[in-house]
Design a protein around this ligand. Structure first.
Ligand SMILES: Nc1ncnc2c1ncn2[C@@H]1O[C@H](COP(=O)(O)OP(=O)(O)OP(=O)(O)O)[C@@H](O)[C@H]1O
Length: 339
């Protein structure tokens, strides 16, 4: 998809100027129904234009054939559909008069359309906007990592995590450097894997625009993967991409051990994130490079965490970039074993 196909009608510039209202509850543009309405009208002009096999075509919603449900999230449902023999994952989000919810939908749409040139972000073929809902047509991936963990009932091997880390760090780095965006909801359910072993990031509804490299709302995201600085009610400061680096570190621990590292009620877990020593990998079970990567991502003080350039230069990442790990074969085997 080219840039003009997505929300190009919004006259998107390459700098950090916000194109769509941020879905932050306390952002000054919040509650600006007029703005959301305007943006929706611009997006509507490209409704039904699908970009497939290098060509754009105008499609009718009725041409999408429902195949099966994939899953449900806080914003809508995802189902497998077929359009002229192309299989897609279609995320349907009901239209709402609530401008916060609506700006979340538009943010998801905007980021996925903008990221057409990033191989580590799930591809969008186009979208439909009707009077009732917004449907985003994406490439259909095989599963997300939280479902995979549930299905295989065992940790993901370190060499697979090595490959997976490279893709996720590159996706986050791309969002930051190319679009001045931070994801703010990095967690296993937002990391998808396809049958050929390709790993991609998805779900940008609460992504945040960075102003002078910082985001300014604490509200958005899944609290269980948020860094301590985002959970602390006394911290009124803004935060930066290093909060996503914490979420990445926690995600890696969960994948490597097969379980989320904190226990108890949600309140207990949030208290532990704020007060306890961060989780570490057992050096008896994992390489020193992997243990070190996790340790630097899970630093309580965000200033001590690495940025994406430093992560991409880390020995764990460098080592796995050179390996011929066959993620496709591993995935086929574990899916076969768990049938
Ligand atoms: N392109 C895709 N291909 C295959 N499955 C997908 C795709 N996009 C999303 N899914 C799956 O659909 C389900 C719902 O996704 P969705 O993004 O709506 O919510 P979520 O991330 O599970 O939850 P929340 O929105 O509350 O964070 C998830 O299991 C997700 O892995």
């Amino acid at each position: 998809m080219d840039r003009n196909f997505g929300l190009g009608g919004l006259n998107i510039s390459d700098n950090a100027t916000p194109r769509l209202p941020s879905p932050e509850p306390h952002h000054p543009s919040r509650g600006n129904n007029h703005n959301v309405q305007e943006l929706l009208e611009v997006a509507e002009r490209n409704s039904g234009v699908l970009s497939l096999q290098g060509a754009k075509r105008k499609a009718e919603l009725k041409e999408l054939e429902f195949v099966e449900d994939i899953g449900h999230g806080s914003c809508g449902t995802v189902s497998k559909c077929s359009y002229q023999s192309v299989t897609m994952a279609v995320k349907t989000m009901p239209r709402t008069t609530n401008s916060y919810e609506m700006s979340r939908i538009l943010m998801d749409l905007d980021v996925i359309c903008l990221s057409f040139d990033c191989p580590y972000i799930v591809r969008c073929f186009g979208y439909f906007i009707t009077s009732y809902d917004v449907r985003v047509c994406m490439e259909c991936m095989a599963t997300c990592l939280d479902r995979l963990l549930v299905r295989i009932q065992k940790p993901i091997p370190e060499d697979i995590i090595g490959k997976l880390s490279i893709s996720i760090i590159k996706a986050l780095h791309y969002l930051k450097t190319k679009h001045q965006i931070m994801h703010r909801d990095v967690k296993p359910s937002n990391i998808l894997l396809d049958w050929s072993g390709v790993i991609k990031l998805c779900d940008f509804g609460i992504a945040g625009r960075l102003i002078e490299s910082r985001a300014h709302s604490k509200q958005a995201g899944c609290p269980l993967y948020m860094g301590p600085e985002r959970l602390d009610p006394n911290n009124f400061n803004s935060y930066d991409i290093r909060s996503d680096v914490w979420s990445l570190g926690l995600t890696l621990v969960e994948l490597a051990t097969g379980k989320y590292p904190y226990a108890g009620t949600e309140f207990d877990m949030m208290t532990k994130i704020m007060n306890d020593e961060p989780p570490r990998l057992n050096p008896g079970k994992f390489s020193p490079e992997f243990c070190h990567l996790v340790e630097i991502c899970l630093q309580r003080d965000p200033n001590n965490r690495p940025n994406y350039d430093q992560l991409l230069d880390h020995p764990f990442i460098k080592y796995h970039e050179e390996q011929d790990t066959d993620v496709e074969e591993w995935f086929a085997n574990v899916m076969g074993d768990s049938d």
